[in-house]
Design a protein around this ligand. Structure first.
Ligand SMILES: Cc1cc2nc3c(=O)[nH]c(=O)nc-3n(C[C@H](O)[C@H](O)[C@H](O)COP(=O)(O)OP(=O)(O)OC[C@H]3O[C@@H](n4cnc5c(N)ncnc54)[C@H](O)[C@@H]3O)c2cc1C
Length: 468
């Protein structure tokens, strides 16, 4: 915070305990995870109650002050970057677990609760909150709702949209939409909560949520296997679907190049199989009930896949340590890629059946534009979400590669669209992909979104540079 705006003293007088002035506390909230933006703020506010959020919103509405809601600040698209002329509204202190209903399988929380805290609280009640992201130690429930976060368990449990029953939201004018319903069925007109999921702080501030909890599986097994093509990877997925139904908890894929990067840059990492292969699959399957033959069933499914020629080599984890080591390879892929030089990243999703054809076409496209590009394409193939990342060639400097990336990205997004896919699967639009939102959600969908925005935030004070 450099110079204070004229309204600062009035705001501080209105809510002295919520306006924070210590630079050391504020500084981390002005950083952006990928270093693409420099945050700022006219005032940094950390309300502890919903009432304080409401008073803040009324204050800002009266003076047309921009507000940027911020959760854990782990988002990848610059959506939580504060502005010098506005309020950076951190939800971190609004972080109570309000209630747990083990019979109904619900938990009511403040929006500022850390995802991991919610997972641990569910576990304490012998239940499961299944959203799982590598950022779960920092990201908040409000942020995961506002971005409709996904992660590794979407194949079984869906995205955040599927894990919430009710929302409490403070609108731009200070009105509260109290939708903290725990009902599984409630057909009373428009389901307003869905408006706010994926709204990225542009329609209101999410202050509370009723979350859906799941039963904890009593058995979980992990397998790692290799394939020579994405066609074979998809055949394995289809086979596993038939064997395990909804028992597939995660189905991830990694390229050999990604494994190489993880081995090179992750301490203690080991090659998971004896020989190198083009693609690696990592799957978790689960079962419920007092007894389980899950290990045998997993071995059986892998054996069929090997007999069919879809899997070249495959192993079931001998213990939790081995399973965790494989997951560390997968989770460490982004960090390993960072250490290898510049990256041009795309968070795309495709109809699952289109993934193999798309991957072939995309590789040809990228290599035609940058023949020495190194493809590090990994992700949640079980739900069609690929992190189509491209690593700086060894023979090209970073700046030249990043400039070329600016040409590759639009061509790749056009290709994604031609396969019926999306340019933003789970990270959102933020400040970074506004042009793409207008281009690919054009026509009536885009203009209806603009109308909703104008209706709920007529002064345009909610996260003004995000989405539109
Ligand atoms: C290592 C790592 C791994 C990740 N893996 C995944 C992954 O697998 N899947 C995935 O989906 N994402 C992933 N992400 C991205 C990120 O963690 C998620 O998007 C997460 O949901 C953001 O939560 P947050 O609390 O940090 O939100 P922030 O980054 O603080 O904010 C994100 C957006 O939500 C808005 N917002 C935040 N809180 C509120 C609120 N209470 N009310 C209204 N608007 C609000 C902000 O204005 C902003 O537009 C990952 C990030 C990292 C760093």
């Amino acid at each position: 915070m450099t110079s204070r705006p004229l309204w600062f003293d009035d705001l501080q007088a209105l809510m002295p305990t919520a306006v924070v002035t210590q630079e050391a506390v504020i500084a981390p909230h002005l950083e952006e995870s990928r270093g693409r933006f420099q945050g700022a703020c006219g005032a940094f506010v950390q309300p502890q109650t919903v009432d304080q959020v409401q008073r803040l919103m009324r204050f800002c509405a009266d003076r047309q002050i921009p507000i940027v809601p911020q959760g854990g600040n782990t988002g990848h698209v610059g959506g939580a970057v504060g502005r010098a002329d506005g309020v950076l509204l951190s939800l971190s202190k609004l972080n109570k677990i309000r209630a747990v209903d083990p019979i109904g399988g619900t938990m009511t929380v403040d929006a500022g609760c850390i995802l991991q805290t919610v997972q641990q609280e569910a576990d304490r009640h012998d239940l499961l909150f299944p959203l799982s992201l590598a950022s779960e130690g920092s990201c908040q429930i409000g942020g995961t709702l506002a971005t409709n976060a996904g992660g590794v368990h979407v194949v079984k449990y869906g995205t955040m949209r599927d894990l919430v029953l009710g929302l409490e939201v403070v609108l731009a004018d200070g009105r509260i939409v109290d939708g903290l319903s725990a009902l599984a069925k409630d057909n009373t007109g428009y389901d307003l909560k869905h408006l706010f999921m994926g709204s990225e702080g542009t329609l209101g501030v999410i202050t509370g949520a009723v979350l859906k909890l799941s039963q904890k599986p009593t058995a979980r097994e992990t397998a790692l296997f290799s394939c020579e093509s994405m066609d074979h990877m998809l055949s394995v997925f289809h086979l596993f679907r038939r064997h395990f139904g909804d028992g597939i908890e995660a189905f991830e894929m990694m390229p050999r190049f990604g494994i190489d990067l993880a081995l090179r840059h992750t301490e203690g990492a080991r090659d998971p199989l004896d020989h190198e292969h083009a693609w690696y699959g990592l799957v978790d399957v689960v079962a419920y009930g007092p007894t389980s033959d899950l290990t045998d069933r997993l071995m059986g499914a892998l054996t069929v896949a090997i007999e069919q020629g879809w899997v070249k080599d495959g192993v079931c984890a001998q213990n939790l340590t081995q399973a965790q080591a494989w997951w560390a390879l997968r989770e460490g892929m982004s960090a390993a890629q960072k250490k290898e030089g510049g990256s041009v990243k795309h968070d795309i999703a495709l109809p699952i059946a289109q993934v193999p054809a798309f991957m072939t076409a995309a590789a040809a496209l990228v290599l035609s534009l940058c023949p020495t590009a190194r493809l590090c394409t990994f992700g949640h193939v079980g739900d069609g979400n690929i992190h189509y990342n491209i690593t700086q060639p060894v023979d090209m400097d970073r700046a030249a590669f990043m400039a070329l990336g600016a040409e590759i990205t639009p061509a790749l997004y056009d290709l994604v669209a031609s396969y019926g896919g999306t340019f933003s699967a789970e990270h959102g639009v933020g400040r970074i992909k506004r042009t793409e939102l207008a281009a690919y959600r054009g026509g009536q969908a885009y203009s209806v979104m603009q109308q909703i925005k104008a209706q709920l935030d007529p002064q345009g004070i909610m996260n003004p540079e995000v989405l539109f």
